[in-house]
Design a protein around this ligand. Structure first.
Ligand code: FEO
Length: 178
């Protein structure tokens, strides 16, 4: 299958979005690191890697389909946050924007009768659903804990636990794939 120029351009736009997401999470991880929130930093560094993997998956798909993947220029991400709750609010709103972009991309594929790419993008739809749920639940929990007293300590622990759970799930998934 050869990609149409319309689909190739649309996929490259998504490559840029995933690259920007990876940089945003990296900047968030660095902020959390400096703030002494090691659990949050670990989670965010790992999420930055995941976003790079999302980008690479698209890059390989474009190349395999005879297109040219464009390595994007990435904007300087936000470096500072008021507090950890604001940081996760930004992360959640970013995930909502990515979900909307993937929906639009699928729509373009449907309009251009590119079933194969629409099928490839199903993985991204599922992934975005998982990420939205994860961030929404996380935000609910950390808002409940709040920043008062030892709140930061408990928030960091909550995120560290989530990170460990995600690692365990990924391990299981990759073992299942072997
Ligand atoms: Fe790959 Fe969470 O956007």
């Amino acid at each position: 299958m050869i990609l149409s120029p319309t689909i190739e351009t649309a996929l490259n736009k998504q490559v840029a979005m995933e690259a920007a997401a990876s940089q945003k999470y990296l900047a968030m991880a660095c902020w959390a690191d400096v703030a002494g929130l090691q659990g949050c930093a670990r989670f965010l560094y790992s999420h930055s890697d995941e976003e790079r993997m999302h980008m690479l998956k698209l890059v390989h798909y474009i190349s395999d389909a005879g297109g040219k993947a464009i390595t994007p220029m990435v904007e300087q991400p936000v470096l500072d946050y008021e507090n950890i709750i604001q940081l996760f609010e930004k992360a959640y709103s970013n995930e909502l924007k990515v979900s909307a972009a993937i929906d639009e991309l699928v729509e373009i594929c449907v309009q251009n009768k590119d079933k194969q790419t629409a099928n490839f993008l199903q993985w991204y739809l599922d992934e975005q659903h998982e990420e939205e749920v994860l961030y929404r639940n996380l935000l609910d929990r950390i808002r409940l804990i709040g920043l008062q007293d030892r709140g930061l300590y408990f928030i960091d622990k909550e995120v560290e636990d989530l990170y460990s759970q995600k690692q365990a799930t990924e391990k299981k998934k990759s073992k299942g794939a072997e």
